[in-house]
Write a protein that binds this ligand. Sequence first.
Ligand code: CUA
Length: 166
Amino acid sequence: MHVHRFEKLWFGASLVLIVAFMGTIVYGAIGPGVAMVGDDGGTIDSTVVANGNFERADNFRAPGVYASSDGEGVEVYVVARQYLFNPGTAQPIEVPVGEEVTFHVTSADVTHGFYLAGTNVNTMVIPGQIARFDVTFEETGEYGIVCHEYCGSGHHTMAGQLHVVP
Ligand code: CUA
């Protein structure tokens, strides 16, 4: 079969466009400097969270940053409540660059959001549920943490900071 030279040219050009288009999708899914996988964490009694009785939970620890039990990376436990992140609001969450950071995020009261501005790290935070996800930050930097679910009169003030440090 004879294929016209310009048909070949257009075929090649459309392939380039398809690859470029897929590239933008992949880049959008990965985001600048952040790779993320997984989204599961189980359930928790939200009164345990509200009362700070974390010793009663087998899948959640007192809010803070801990070394992973397997010796690699860190585990970050965050409680969202009207209208703050603990940790995050009163003091920044500090995580190491280039290591796997496993977030466990839950709510003490109503549904909130947990969005790291400028990344694809974005989850709903639902009372009774733990949002768990892994993120590796490839560069140091500072990110704003934003609540993106309306959670009451102080919703627009609910924010925090995450610092990726050497
Ligand atoms: Cu918390 Cu909006």
